[in-house]
Each structure stands twice: as C-alpha cells, then as structure tokens.
Ligand binder design. Structure first.
Ligand SMILES: *Cc1c(COP(=O)(O)O)cnc(C)c1O
Length: 424
C-alpha cells in the first residue's frame, strides 16, 4: 500500500475524514489525496516520493511558490526573535502601511489570523456601524466557515452538495439574503424590498469559489452604485483576489472602491494571517476607539507578519507580468484541447478554471451544470501526468509568479492529458 493511503487510513481514525479542511479529502474526484512531504518552488513531493507540479499553491495562499528563500529568511529571523508577544510590534505597522498604500479601499486595517475571521469581523463591523442587521451575499461565493456567510456558499459546501450547514441557527441564516452572482437586478430588488435593512453587500469581486467566474462588465460598478444609494456598505472579500489578480487586488484591477475589504491567503505568505480594513470612519468604530468588539491573541503574529511583508516585497509588477504571461500561455496552448473536451476556460490573473460545460458560467447556477464526472476524470488524468489540481470543479487553479518555461510546459502537458482522460 502506498504511504499516502496508509496515512489516510490512520488519519481517518483520529481526524474527521482524515483531513483538516473538507475539500482536501478528494471525495469529489475519487481516489485518495497524496500526503505532502515537502514543497520546492512550483512543485510538491508526496510521502511516496511522487513529484507534482502544484497548481493549488495552498489554495492561493502562495504567490511565489513553496518556501521562497526571501520568505523563509524573513520568517526564520522573526521566529528567532520570539514567536508571539500579544503586544504591538514595528513590523505590524509596516505591514499595515504597505496594505494601506496598495489598496485604495483601505484607510486603516486590522490584522487577524484567517480569512474566516476577516469576513466575520467585517460583517460585524458593518452591522455595528450601520445599525442594520441584514446581509446580502451572492450564491456560490464563499466567505469562510462562520454562520452568517455559510449560506449558499459554493466551494467546499457545493462540492458535497450541502445547501448550507446544519448548526447554523435559522435566525442567523435568515438574516442573509442570497442572490445570483453577476445579477444587479436581483440586488436592486432585494434592497428595494427591504429599505434600510441591509448592513452590507458582501461579494468576491472575482468569484473564485465556484471556480473562477469573472464579474460581468459593469457589475462591480453597479454594486457600488446600489450600495451607495441605499446606505449599504460594500464589502469586497479579497481573501482570494487580493495580491492574486494584481498588485492592488480586484479593486485596482476593476477600479471600484469598496467600503470594507477582507484579505487573507497571499497576504500572510503561507502563514496564518489575514486582515480587514476600510474607510477610517468605519474602522474607528472598532474597540478600543469605538464600540464594536474585535480582537485575537495571535493577531499580527510576528512570524506571519514577517512572511507577509517579504511576500508583498516579491509581489511587484514583474511578478504579475510573469503570472499573466504564464497564464496566457497555458490558455493559448490548451484552447483547442479544452474545446475538444466540450469544456471552457476562464482566467483572471493567477486564477484559472476549466469548466466542463461548453461556455464559461456567469453564476453558480450555470457552474452547477458542469459535468462533474468529466471533471473527476480530468483531475485524475492530470494527477497521473504529474499535475496537482484542486480536487473540485468549484475551485480555481492558482499560478505562482515563479512558473518557468519548463513548468508551464509541464502544466500544459498534464492538463492536456487530463482533458484527454475527461472524455472517458
Ligand atoms: C479562502 C477564502 C476565505 C476563507 O479564508 P480562510 O483563511 O480559509 O478562513 C474567505 N473568503 C474567500 C473569498 C476565500 O477564498
């Protein structure tokens, strides 16, 4: 028996499903997940010694591949100086300054430890600042694993065909209205049906948790206008898109300024770090300045902050140009194979998805019409050919800025093999 398979059996005895986050279990694609021994740049090596080109990149948390020397050195330096103080440090100030400088939506920012926390705190702040309770979110957008947003949440939830989650109180779920992504009329109708009720519109500006679904032209601008007109706050959940679709996230790429922004994944350089921020008048509603409570023992953790700063230093225009070039090559070289498999492909910067339906979906209802059995064959075919893809139709592939020509070739070869296999 392979070591990965043996480890999964052992893990299943002590960890639910053998994994610490559901999609890792490969249930949607069959087979068993490789247990990872180490990462080397764009590659990962499993405990059986198999080497894969990694297009998951820790679900987008890594921008420059595994263990980039600059990030390792920064984290090691911080670690030697003490791993946590629960007291302010200079590096936190530098990271906050760097974030405020890059993102027009941020006047002030607060660090926390996960994307889930970032959206949880942003939603509470929006409710506290507006004195309103209702939340509007989009079908298939994922905002982490907390109650208010675990309604029609795409991604892991969709992968297992769950409508939401047991354990979310009816009262909490019913304070969240869900409308289709890319549908401004539905947003307008919801806001008009309940004037003065909505604290916030929460959206992934590029949906990434139903696979990569770009905003239709004018969609984000329309959300901005509807939010402003109704006194509702616009929250961009840029946990995935921030520093992924460009140096200033989706808000710079599309030129739309949200009231609050959530960050995670890349911002921590592969460590547990996230952030939420926005207009100064809103952020100053947070304790200790204002009445809205938010806090965390490990918030602004020095090792994670050092890794985040080192990662942001790597995330310059050249890095995004490299991602764009690699992505464009993968798209161009696979275009015929994608069409021949009856599939379609979307890409925004370093996010990319092959959808097993002839045209790219515009919303989650369309994404759900994908042939998930064909996706499973695609995934298995690519894995056998040495490319590690996210094990669900409803997740995006992530490109690092350190994909060399050989690695792009490997990605194309593996995905081509997967597309061939998808035909069954
Ligand atoms: C990953 C993700 C989250 C949750 O972040 P965690 O760090 O997993 O808690 C929230 N929103 C979006 C858009 C994400 O992609």
């Amino acid at each position: 028996m392979e070591r990965s398979e043996a480890l999964l059996a052992r893990a299943q005895r002590v960890i639910p499903g053998g994994v610490n986050s559901p999609v890792r279990a490969f249930r949607a694609v069959g087979g068993h997940p490789p247990f990872i021994a180490r990462g080397e740049g764009s590659w990962i090596v499993d405990v059986d010694g198999r080497r894969f080109l990694d297009l998951v990149q820790s679900w987008g948390a890594l921008l420059a591949g595994h263990a980039p020397p600059e990030v390792v050195a920064a984290a090691e330096g911080a670690l030697r100086a003490g791993s946590s103080f629960g007291a302010p440090t200079e590096a936190e100030v530098r990271l906050a300054e760097a974030l405020v400088a890059r993102l027009p939506g941020l006047d002030k920012v607060r660090l926390c430890s996960s994307g889930t926390e970032a959206t949880l705190h942003a939603v509470r702040l929006a409710r506290g600042a507006t004195g309103r309770d209702r939340l509007l979110k989009m079908d298939g957008c994922y905002h982490g694993a907390h109650d208010a947003v675990l309604v029609a949440a795409g991604s892991g939830v969709a992968t297992f065909g769950l409508p939401g989650s047991p354990g979310v109180p009816e009262a909490t779920a019913s304070a969240t209205t869900v409308v289709p992504f890319n549908d401004l009329d539905a947003v307008r109708a919801a806001l008009e049906a309940d004037p003065g009720a909505y604290a916030a519109i929460l959206v992934e500006p590029v949906a990434g948790n139903m696979g990569c679904v770009p905003p239709a032209p004018g969609y984000l601008e329309g959300l901005r206008a509807l939010a402003t007109a109704s006194g509702t706050l616009l929250i961009f959940d840029e946990v995935m898109t921030g520093f992924r679709v460009g140096p200033g996230g989706a808000q710079v790429r599309y030129g739309v300024r949200p009231d609050l922004t959530c960050l995670g994944k890349v911002v921590g350089g592969g460590f547990p770090l996230a952030a939420f921020g926005g207009r100064a008048d809103l952020m100053d509603q947070l304790a200790p300045v204002g009445p809205v409570y938010q806090g965390g023992t490990l918030s602004g953790n020095p090792v994670a902050v050092a890794a985040g700063l080192a990662t942001l230093a790597l995330a310059d225009d050249d890095a995004y140009a490299a991602i764009e070039a690699a992505g464009a090559r993968i798209e161009a070289e696979l275009a015929d194979d994608v069409a021949a498999a009856g599939a379609s492909m979307t890409r925004v910067g370093g996010m990319l998805t092959v959808f097993f339906r002839p045209t790219p979906p515009r919303d989650f209802a369309e994404a759900r019409t994908c042939d998930t059995a064909a996706f499973a064959r695609f995934h298995a075919g690519a894995l056998a050919a040495g490319v590690y893809l996210p094990p669900s139709q409803f997740e995006a592939c992530f490109l690092s800025c350190r994909l060399g020509a050989d690695e792009v070739d490997a990605a194309v070869r593996g995905m081509r093999a997967g597309l061939q296999a998808s035909k069954g």
